[in-house]
Design a protein around this ligand. Sequence first.
Ligand code: ZN
Length: 159
Amino acid sequence: MEDPPKIVSHARKKQRDYSGSQKAADALLMIALIAIAATYIGSRWSIDDSMPEKVIDSAEVDLYLIPRGAYTSADIIANGSQTASEKFKAFQAKHDFKPKVGDAICPITRTKANPACSWIIGGNEYLFCCPPCIDEFLLVAKSNPTSIKKPSFYLQGSK
Ligand SMILES: [Zn+2]
């Protein structure tokens, strides 16, 4: 009469162990499903959110938001504390290769400058033909400030 209860209790223990590991497996499966769902939702969101905006890289942020050389903190504020690609997001470049005498010209390309494409550097407003030329000119203004002239220098002369 002593033996049968031992077998039963042993069998019950085994059953408990089994159901315990089954619960753990179920929990892992649930975690995996939640993780997959979160990844899917997350990827959908980031696609929907990031598509319309250009990603501003750190080199561009350094160029536009850190004063150096001829480019001052006052200039950065005057330009709206942003990069040219942010400010001129919708800008459509239309290069005019034949500026008339007296026309403002882009200091980089010497094509006719567009008054809508301007940037403050050293307290002076410079006009450019397109936003990438602002990048290039600003780099020179920061690294070699004595090489840039006043805006009045960048006018089409007589040929
Ligand atoms: Zn340009």
